[in-house]
Design a protein around this ligand. Sequence first.
Ligand code: TXA
Ligand code: MG
Length: 390
Amino acid sequence: MTHGGRAAGGPAGESPAAGNDATREGASPDVAPGAATGSPAAATRVLSGDDPAAVAEAAAAIRAGEPVAFPTETVYGLGADALDSSAVARVFELKARPRFDPIIVHLADAADLSRYAIDEDASDPRVAAVAERFWPGPLTLVLRRREVVPGIVTAGLDTVALRVPAHPVALALIRESGRPIAAPSANPFGRVSPTRAEHVVRQLGGRVRIILDGGPCAVGVESTVLFLARGRAVLLRPGGLPVEEIEATIGPVDRLDDDAPEAAALSPGRQASHYAPGARVQLIDPWPGPDLAVASGERVGVLAFDDAGRRAAEFAAGGPFAAESAAGRPFAAVEVLSHGGDPTEAAAHLFDALHRLDAASLDRIVAQPVPETGLGRAVMDRLRRAAASH
Ligand code: TXA
Ligand code: MG
């Protein structure tokens, strides 16, 4: 095995319980580089993002038009050369993503923004202010695009989404490939975003040839998407950078309601994103509520915000249950996002917890609301969409 890589599903990988047969079909043992090129039957290798030879191999794949999964500080991305329409088309196919949902272009340098955005937007002083303050980081800017950006990347919109990620492996991959990298989150469309290499293995194993492993993502929710075209400022997606911090830098930012008349035009992918595990998600507000009752034979998982929320759930369901008497607990699985109740920590753990609950063969997941301050807003956005999708 080269570069310390390990074969998907190998003994060093995830537990068998975490395997997903549907997405693992076609996965095969490790093969020599170049033997497969991202076709549906590609063998998947997980390579260390710290290994320069692995990054060089991934960059060569990007230049050759092949999608590669890589870490960012928010979630793992499935990247392709943003200037190569057929490479980007393969990303849409691999994820089964609808073509109307545009993709973020990742840059290594804020200075490259003016290559892809028109002068009128790129020279807006608010763009320089947020780029200077928050890049590299979990902020995506939507600006009017230059002709050079292929229409498939922007789903035919006259805008392009740009971001400089704060992850050394992502930056190394972009620099080494010498291309801007178009990358959505590396999950099948509508499912839970990946924050660890093994999440990508579980969801896209057998479909992508190279996964660069950069460890768990520090932020854990996707970037904040901010529309700054035509002199406006509109929050299109709450994410890893709290909107309060943006407003402290450039002043008031408009919020966009899903039902607002301009929502579909400004952000066509918004309504379509679900972040959903296989089991039905119920957001229980106020917590705890009667829906916490577990029917006989029913497998219910708990997604608690903090320890107090967990205790309240166990009590409401017939407890309290001592931690050591797991057999007496009514819930099949319990996840606590932040023991002490910190929304930033909750964001970092959200998708990892949902992936574990997803692997626990549950009938339903009951989720506790998170306070909507700071990153709590992004967490609640994802939970509401997950709950709405069933
Ligand atoms: O943190 C992130 O943003 C991650 C990492 C990989 O960078 N990427 C990510 O990509 O979350 P994705 O495709 O899962 O979400 C991109 C969001 C979608 O809601 C999409 O509709 C929006 O950005 N978007 C992309 N281009 C846009 C554009 N030109 N106008 C409006 N929204 C756009
Ligand atoms: Mg996504």
